[in-house]
Design a protein around this ligand. Structure first.
Ligand SMILES: *Cc1c(COP(=O)(O)O)cnc(C)c1O
Length: 386
């Protein structure tokens, strides 16, 4: 399906709502039935009907269909956070005694799940360097049921060869789950490469305005239906209709926003690469990036996340640089209209700072929708005061 069809038309049946151009927020918790027979049928197949908005809701349904189509997937569930999508996708596919292979550097709360929650239920994990396929082969145990991937991750941007990992997983009867938040469906289609379940934090590019927290999970109809009847309904972490409506609105401008962000990001990267106070710029589409060839092969292009390592002698200078920024905000998350920065230094204990460790001097920058000069001038005045 054409991407404009998906974004502008698909799953919208205006005849059902007064031919309104924009779909309504169906702000209801429950749906009424005319007969006991109808109600009985609804109980039997809640996945297919409107019964209760913790399950299905018409506004959420429009969003689900569009997001599934964007990913080239059969079906989709939308959660109240990306973290909830991560948790449901994994929990639905493990039992006590199982083992998960996860790549290094995945999202913080995915790591919490692997390290603190799942061990309580007898599920173990191994972290590997996912940049080499051989490491997956070596980590497989008899009880391995999931490969958990994030390509690229959101700080070092390590990639996995998704096609190769999916092939290896299929041969060993292992399920693959990939966090695709960095790229979105616009820049990378893991399902086409053979990945089973794809998740994204919709808080980032899909919402796009830093005003909604949400998560997406796409996959086969049988897998999504299974998760609907188990984790989705029992944890009750489905998205609310108003937030679903905000995401539908976000989708309308997704391609335009991504295009602008990508163009500006390449300009900011060029600026940083030439800057005397920058040691290194880590960005998947830099020719110097270790996995540049793979990045070009499996990603269409890149969004606004990059990391740069600043030339400083001590941590105070990192603080100074960040504190001196006037427009670029210091805040978590990314994917919105506003440029953001986080110094690695803020994530480690002060006394652990090691000026010989390049990563300790790294800053993660997200390039938003502002004009390139606005962002570059802000960086420049902060550099100049170092
Ligand atoms: C933000 C993020 C998540 C979690 O999403 P939330 O919507 O914050 O729960 C998961 N993965 C990646 C890569 C993220 O950046």
């Amino acid at each position: 399906m054409n991407i404009s069809t998906i974004i502008n038309e698909f799953a919208e049946e205006r005849i059902n709502y007064f031919n309104a151009v924009t779909p309504p927020i169906v702000q209801t918790s429950n749906f009424a039935f005319k007969s006991v027979e109808d109600l009985r049928n609804a109980f039997e197949k809640e996945y297919d009907v409107w019964l209760y908005s913790r399950g299905n809701n018409p506004t959420v349904d429009i969003l689900r269909k569009k997001l599934a189509a964007l990913d080239g997937a059969e079906d989709c569930l939308v959660f109240n956070s990306g973290a909830a999508a991560i948790f449901a996708s994994v929990l639905a596919n493990v039992k006590s005694g199982d083992h998960i292979v996860s790549v290094n550097g995945v999202y913080t709360w995915a790591r919490k799940m692997f390290e603190q929650i799942l061990p309580r239920f007898g599920v173990t994990h191994t972290y590997i360097d996912g940049t080499e396929i051989i490491n997956f082969k070596k980590a497989i145990q008899k009880n391995t049921t999931i490969f958990y991937l994030e390509s690229p991750n959101s700080w070092t941007f390590d990639l996995q060869d998704l096609k190769a990992v999916a092939t290896l997983a299929k041969a060993n009867n292992i399920l693959t789950i990939c966090d695709n938040s960095y790229c979105t469906a616009l820049y990378q289609k893991p399902i086409e490469l053979g990945i089973d379940l794809v998740l994204q934090s919709a808080t980032k590019y899909i919402g796009g305005h830093s005003d909604v927290v949400a998560g997406v999970l796409t996959g086969s109809k049988s897998m999504i239906e299974k998760i609907f009847y188990s984790e989705y309904m029992t944890i009750g972490s489905g998205i609310q209709p108003f937030n679903a409506w905000l995401l539908i609105r976000g989708l309308r401008t997704l391609t335009a926003r991504m295009e602008k962000i990508t163009t500006t990001t390449f300009q900011v990267v060029d600026y940083l690469l030439k800057h005397p106070k920058v040691e290194e710029v880590v960005f998947p589409f830099n020719a110097s990036f270790a996995q540049y060839e793979l990045a070009k092969q499996q990603m269409k292009t890149v969004g606004g996340l990059l990391t740069f390592i600043i030339k400083v002698n001590n941590a105070n200078q990192i603080e100074e640089f960040c504190n001196n920024l006037k427009h670029i905000l210091m805040a978590v998350s990314w994917g919105g209209y506003e440029s953001l920065i986080i110094p690695k230094y803020a994530t480690i204990a002060k006394n652990e700072f090691d000026s010989n460790n390049l990563w300790h001097k790294s800053l993660r920058l997200y390039v938003g929708l502002e004009e390139p000069d606005y962002i570059i001038n802000d960086l420049e005045q902060a550099f100049s005061r170092l």
